[in-house]
Design a protein around this ligand. Structure first.
Ligand SMILES: NC(=O)c1ccc[n+]([C@@H]2O[C@H](COP(=O)([O-])OP(=O)(O)OC[C@H]3O[C@@H](n4cnc5c(N)ncnc54)[C@H](O)[C@@H]3O)[C@@H](O)[C@H]2O)c1
Length: 328
């Protein structure tokens, strides 16, 4: 049987790490990416089709050529703040373009799909550890687009007999330990790479937004999940579907929260260097604490995160960004 898997957004941060693991597990990732925020250098383990996911002809042609047994969809815009400023950009790409993509998949008989959703579908938490039964109350258009796509995938499943595994990631971070690919976003808005940039002199300082939250040190607490753990969940997720099992929706998180101050302190500690820090006021819509329960992923896929210490998450990002910016 062919082991081709269609990966949209495979030139991005998470998609490229998943492609590397797919290849190690004997699959061939077939990447479709318009390179709007991804990097062609990140596509190393299978062909890159440079096209937009809403280009029905490009998607149909690649399905006919490679006959993928399943698809994974990472392609979307991901910047929460930008989604508030420019919601139309997010609804067009993350909902309209993604729906056309899924339509082309079912029309061409690709009926097993793994989809990247987000903790942003939950909005402000009403429980300590967020599980999948938490109410869906997204507080920004980005989270809303992902919630809409979840519903669309459910409706497609009912109508067209397709199946899905939807993963709601918390804060993805880390990098490939062999430094072939790593954490880079365009533009960069994620805390750990921004702290590393302040460490390595690519930005003047790191700003801490709010130090009066109801957390141990007053700064926001987030659940960081290593991209290699996410990649492992995706392989298990696609194999779950290929084994004929049911559609499901699962959180992927570490289960432990780390504060902004803890992240900065760990980067200082592992590098042995100071980092310039400035204080800012709270940002609208930033909850104090966001931590996942990933019990369901353990129950269904026997998945649990392996890289759980902050040191092990930030170290490869420090090394990767040093290497990446020396070359680029
Ligand atoms: N990074 C996180 O912490 C995080 C957390 C929760 C969910 N997610 C989700 O994970 C997925 C991957 O995120 P990432 O951090 O790797 O982002 P990324 O920006 O690095 O990757 C997204 C990729 O999709 C491509 N793309 C976007 N729109 C496209 C289109 N219309 N056609 C073709 N290609 C397109 C981009 O060029 C890029 O390569 C996204 O769906 C995101 O919403 C990420």
């Amino acid at each position: 049987m062919n082991k081709n898997i269609l990966v949209s957004g495979g030139a991005g941060f998470i998609g490229s790490h998943v492609c590397k693991l797919l290849n190690q597990k004997g699959y061939t990732p077939i990447v479709i990416d318009n390179l709007s925020t991804g990097y062609k250098e990140f596509v190393k383990w299978g062909p890159l089709i440079k096209a937009d996911i809403q280009d029905k002809k490009a998607v149909k042609d690649l399905i006919q050529k490679y006959e993928p047994i399943a698809a994974m969809n990472f392609a979307s815009y991901i910047n929460v703040g930008e989604s508030v400023q420019n919601p139309s950009k997010y609804y067009v790409n993350n909902v309209a373009n993604s729906t056309i993509f899924f339509e082309t998949l079912v029309e061409n008989n690709v009926k097993n799909v793994v989809f990247s959703s987000t903790a942003a579908v939950y909005g402000n938490p009403i429980q300590d550890k967020i599980d999948e039964s938490h109410p869906y109350l997204p507080v920004n258009p980005y989270g809303q687009t992902k919630l809409m796509m979840e519903q669309i995938l459910k409706d497609f499943s009912t109508a067209y007999n397709s199946k899905y595994v939807i993963f709601r990631y918390f804060n993805a971070t880390g990098s490939d330990p062999e430094l072939e690919i790593g954490e880079s976003h365009y533009p960069e808005t994620h805390l750990i790479p921004l702290v590393v940039d302040a460490l390595q002199g690519r930005r003047e300082s790191i700003t801490v937004f709010g130090d009066d939250y109801d957390t141990a040190d007053g700064t926001c607490v987030r659940d960081y999940i290593h991209v290699l753990d996410l990649a492992e969940a995706h392989v298990l997720g696609v194999e779950h579907l290929l084994a004929g099992k049911d559609s499901c929706i699962m959180n992927l998180g570490n289960g432990n929260g780390f504060s902004v101050s803890e992240v900065i302190d760990v980067v200082k500690k592992v590098s042995g260097k100071e980092i310039p820090v400035t204080s800012g006021s709270r940002r609208d819509g930033d909850p104090g604490t966001l931590v996942a329960s990933s019990k369901l992923a353990k129950d269904i896929l026997n998945w649990s995160p392996k890289i759980t210490s902050l040191e092990d998450m930030v170290n490869p990002v420090i090394q990767w960004r040093e290497k990446w910016f020396r070359k680029n």
